[in-house]
Design a protein around this ligand. Structure first.
Ligand code: ACO
Length: 331
């Protein structure tokens, strides 16, 4: 009998309409469009208007994913974010309520930029355990609320956005079935990406910038390439694929140079490496599903493509998995 599996049934994304170009940042910080494009590949990013929170973006993305899956009800909602509406309670229950999903289980997963891969593992577990037959998984980020607008080393990188996937119970041999999800973490390097203040360790800022996102960029770069390539190899092997079988790589969009190095490390030609970082920047845990939703809409990924997903971020935490792209309704 074929193994019960978690199958991608719908996908949707939403970006706030406000756009911040490199020229906008150049006007207020000691940086340049040329530096940002050359060192990161980013041309612009989206940003919310004041007052808009992670749940607002998530509701929009989820509505589109549900439409793509032709569903109006699910059995669980999992939300990944580093920028929840509030420290407590979780943001997922508010999203479930606003979507009219009733008293379904709804909770947040915190794994920084790897959130979506961790969320896929959680969704797979809920389906495998028989707890849920349909899971709505959404990554929603408002990085503009935690990035220091005066820190040129991070202000140029991040964008706001949300993207969601509907996953349903199915069988391992059908298109859209997730392969084994490979996950990892290394807390010894937890200080490389952090917000020092605001938690139980350090409640209030002790120094300027303590309540903002901080990153040791060039050190993180090295870890990102190593961890995503290692996890990718493991996920491909666990799925019974070879790297040469991979038609599309959907990797966390942190830096175009990381994508280039990762593609080269895995022996994948640039045409197989999906990218939208030029238009959206780094959208944290929304990055991978946003990339997939946009690629599905513009033909960058098509039914039958064997897709490798991987992400890396603060924690440090990383993950990878595989799926054969299914026929989905456009969102
Ligand atoms: N404009 C102009 N100069 C800048 C800017 C800027 N926006 N930012 C930094 N610089 C300068 C630095 O001050 C430094 O100057 P110096 O040599 O005089 O000291 C120089 O550029 C080089 O700085 P680096 O930090 O070494 O620059 P690098 O080429 O590494 O690029 C970047 C920085 C883009 C952050 C890169 O390191 C990177 O992408 N890192 C990985 C990020 C990542 O993978 N994130 C994933 C996880 S994110 C998450 O989990 C939320």
């Amino acid at each position: 009998m074929t193994r019960r599996a978690c199958v991608l049934a719908g996908i949707g994304a939403w970006l706030p309409p406000g756009v911040v170009t490199n020229a906008d940042i150049e006007a207020r910080l000691a940086t340049s469009d040329e530096w940002i494009r050359r060192r990161t590949g980013i041309r612009q990013r989206h940003a919310v208007q004041d007052g808009m929170a992670a749940s607002d973006l998530a509701v929009e993305a989820c509505a589109r994913a549900l439409k793509s899956a032709e569903l109006s009800q699910v059995d669980a909602v999992v939300l990944t974010t580093s920028t929840p509406d509030r420290p407590l309670p979780a943001t997922a229950p508010a999203v479930a309520a606003r979507l009219g999903l009733g008293p379904v289980p709804a909770f947040d997963v915190s794994a920084v930029c790897s959130g979506f891969l961790y969320g896929l593992a959680v969704a797979s577990g809920l389906v495998a355990a028989g707890t849920a037959d349909r899971v709505l998984l959404v990554g929603s980020e408002v990085y503009s609320s935690i990035v220091d607008p005066l820190d040129r080393s991070t202000a140029v990188l991040f964008g706001d956005g949300a993207a969601a996937a509907v996953l349903r119970a199915g069988s391992a041999d059908e298109p859209g079935a997730l392969g084994p999800v490979v996950l990892g973490s290394d807390g010894d390097f937890g200080d490389l990406i952090r917000i020092p203040a605001g938690g139980s360790r350090q409640r209030a800022p002790a120094a300027p910038g303590d309540d903002y996102f901080q990153m040791a960029g060039s050190e993180v770069f090295r870890h990102a390439v190593n961890r995503m390539s290692e996890a990718s190899r493991q996920a491909v092997a666990a799925a019974g694929w070879r790297l040469a079988d991979v038609d599309r790589l959907a990797a966390h969009q942190a830096n175009a140079r990381i994508l280039g190095a990762l593609g080269a490390e895995l022996g994948l030609p640039p045409c197989r490496v999906l990218s939208n970082i030029d238009a959206v920047g780094n959208t944290g845990s929304a990055s991978v599903p946003l990339l997939l939703a946009q690629a599905a809409a513009d033909g960058g990924v098509a039914p039958g493509h064997r897709v490798l997903l991987t992400a890396f971020g603060g924690g440090l935490a990383w993950g990878a998995t595989t799926l054969t792209w299914p026929a989905l309704l456009p969102c």
